[in-house]
Design a protein around this ligand. Structure first.
Ligand code: X8Z
Ligand code: ZN
Length: 620
């Protein structure tokens, strides 16, 4: 399934279902631990089959978007959701029993698998699954056609725009690309509010106040505790972000003058080398310290060497193999989609698929050979090796310890892509001098630290929307209020409530929860530090690569093989010796940079921070 398979648990096979109902009728008379176990065994077998059918439909849909494939996916999802909901209802029979921990956990995970809970009413459920498919399809089909009058065929998909936003240094062009792409959101607005209403109804019917509460219940703590944990982490890392923001703002103003200079201290959201200003590594050339020695650009090296898309993926596979993981199965190479097909609409947003919950794993992305692609491939292979590692677990436990773990695995590997590693695999000939350490750290911070407020605010917005605190009439205003507050970025052109800017970010129409990515930014440094230690490394954290270390690989394997079988705190402890999520590894990694940023900002009299605009929808 996409990113994290739990989006997919739904449906029914008539024969099995009839047996299930019969067995259920028997257990209903006198529920016992043994009958609960038997019930869950059958439920898992049934849900596995339905999930595979769902995954196949969705794969075809996302690699060949048409109204038909959207509807076929909706129908499969409908069956899977309907059946999961029924099974969840049936688990109530065992509520009074002293069930062993594994059975309790299976019941809990079954409920939480409903990322999009749906009403029991068949008509309403069908409305919901169709609206969800059509939102996903609308995003996939999205295009910006700069010269629609004269060249109606010269249109750019989000993969092309990603590349151009990374490279363009022309503020007018950047604003045009930004505004052009954000048009994809507007037509989704009404469908999105319908989606929210129906999904909330589904959540209430299975005992959650709304869909956001259901999402926040997936972390082996209460939803309130989870929100408090995120706040605690944000307080730990916010100073890093504020210093980085001030430093980058200063450099952008030096480069772009009035186009970047706002009285309120915010940064226009189109100037940071990324459509959503979520990662800023692509503007490294603008913000690099003046005396920095020339380092390397992985994308440039790949282009120079005419590296193929397949070879980019092989770099990632090679890293995992060096840790002792298996080669990717042949079917991975036969069935993955790693470049954009010329003749049809596809969803280019990168994803990893666990189609049969065994060895049929696949990637779907549109590789252009950029630095971002190189990193993304490592990210996605983290999902794939997680999937392969937990496939011996019972079906219910074939998932991440939590969804943040799933997102952090590949990133913790990518942190090991140091100069020393690149030299070892022959991508660079010389290791840059020690004076390049700080610039390289800055390059990493532009991606890792800049992402933090974005990673946090996406679901803050959705939680407010699901809870009803934000009404459809204020969708865009609430979105920009959060973007200004947390990220300190402002829209480059005026917005109104006719726009729906959240819809221009993949995870909103695709309904993929996002707090997982915020968590993953933190976890990945915890995992990385633990693997560096396992590899016997004792130097400064940012210089460590555990490439080739079987000891580091064994540590990771143990964590991946455990899947979702126990509370994530236990799995984390096994891996790192720590039992809670903690940003200290991240702070340690960036400590030299933080000191340096503070000096730079003090020297240029740049005070970190900004004031938010009275009207968040106005560009100026
Ligand atoms: O969506 C992704 C991955 C697939 S799970 C490409 N990421 C988030 C995003 O692009 O917004 C990875 C980083 C954050
Ligand atoms: Zn991912």
């Amino acid at each position: 399934m996409v990113f994290f398979r739990r989006r997919f648990l739904y449906a029914i096979l008539p024969a099995i279902s009839a047996a299930g109902v019969l067995a259920f009728a028997q257990t209903k008379a006198a529920p016992t631990v043994a009958s609960a176990r038997a019930f869950l065994d059958r439920a898992e077998a049934e849900l596995l089959k339905l999930s595979i059918l769902g995954a196949r439909a969705e794969w075809v849909d996302e690699t060949y978007i048409t109204d038909d494939t959207d509807l076929l996916t909706a129908a499969e999802n409908d069956r899977l959701i309907a059946r999961t909901t029924e099974l969840v209802d049936q688990t109530k029979t065992f509520a009074g029993l002293p069930l062993p921990a594994d059975l309790k956990r299976k019941i809990l995970l079954m409920k939480l698998s409903l990322t999009m809970p749906a009403p029991h009413n068949a008509k309403l459920r069908e409305d919901l699954t169709q609206v969800a498919s059509s939102l996903n399809g609308s995003y996939g089909k999205g295009k910006y056609c700069p010269d629609s009058a004269t060249k109606p065929d010269a249109c750019l998909g989000i993969d092309d725009l990603d590349e151009q936003m990374a490279k363009s240094r022309n503020p007018k062009e950047l604003a045009a690309m930004w505004a052009g792409w954000h048009k994809v959101g507007a037509p989704m607005r009404d469908r999105y509010s319908k989606f929210v209403e129906l999904s909330n109804q589904g959540a209430r019917e299975i005992g959650f106040a709304d869909t956001g509460v259901l999402w926040r219940s997936g972390y082996d703590m209460t939803p309130e505790q989870f929100s408090a944990e995120l706040e605690r982490l944000w307080v730990q890392v916010e100073p890093l972000y504020k210093e980085l923001h001030a430093y980058v703002r200063h450099k952008l103003v030096a480069k772009y003058g009035a186009d970047a200079d706002r009285k309120d201290g915010m940064i226009p959201a189109d100037l940071l080398g990324n459509m959503w200003a979520q990662e800023w590594g692509n503007v490294y050339d603008i913000v690099a310290p003046p005396a920095a020695p020339a380092t390397y650009d992985i994308g440039d090296i790949l282009k120079e060497r005419k590296t193929t898309a397949r070879q980019v993926v092989e770099f990632g596979e090679n890293f995992f193999k060096s840790l002792g993981f298996q080669s990717l199965p042949d079917t991975f190479w036969q069935r993955s989609m790693i470049t954009r097909p010329a003749d049809r609409d596809v969803v280019c947003h990168a994803s990893a698929w666990d189609v049969d919950f065994d060895q049929d794993v696949r990637l779907k992305l549109c590789i252009h050979g950029t630095t971002d692609d190189f990193i993304t491939v490592h990210h996605e292979l983290g999902h794939i090796y997680y999937d392969l590692s937990y496939r011996k677990q019972p079906f219910s436990f074939r998932g991440g310890a939590n969804d943040g773990f799933h997102e952090a695995i590949g990133d913790s590997i990518a942190l090991s892509v140091t100069p020393e590693y690149l030299k070892q695999i022959g991508l660079i000939q010389q290791i840059p001098p020690a004076s390049a350490d700080l610039p390289i750290l800055l390059r990493t911070a532009l991606d890792k630290i800049a992402f933090l407020p974005f990673g946090l605010l996406i679901d803050k917005w959705r939680w407010e929307v699901f809870s009803g605190q934000v009404k459809p009439a204020d969708y865009n205003k609430a979105w920009w209020t959060l973007r200004e507050k947390y990220q300190g970025v402002a829209p480059p052109v005026d917005r109104t409530e006719a726009d729906f800017d959240p819809g221009a970010k993949y995870h909103i129409p695709a309904n993929t929860p996002y707090a997982r990515y915020f968590l993953a930014r933190i976890y990945q440094f915890q995992f990385y530090r633990a693997m560096c230690r396992a590899a016997g490394y004792t130097g400064p954290l940012n210089r460590c690569t555990f490439y080739g270390s079987k000891a580091a690989g064994d540590k990771m394997k143990a964590m991946l093989e455990a899947g979702a079988s126990r509370p994530w705190q236990d799995t984390l402890k096994l891996m790192t010796g720590e039992d809670h999520v903690d940003a200290s590894a991240m702070v340690e990694y960036f400590q030299p940079l933080l000191t340096w940023l503070k000096q730079q900002n003090a020297a240029s009299n740049d005070k970190p921070g900004w004031t938010v605009a009275a009207d968040p929808l106005k560009a100026r």
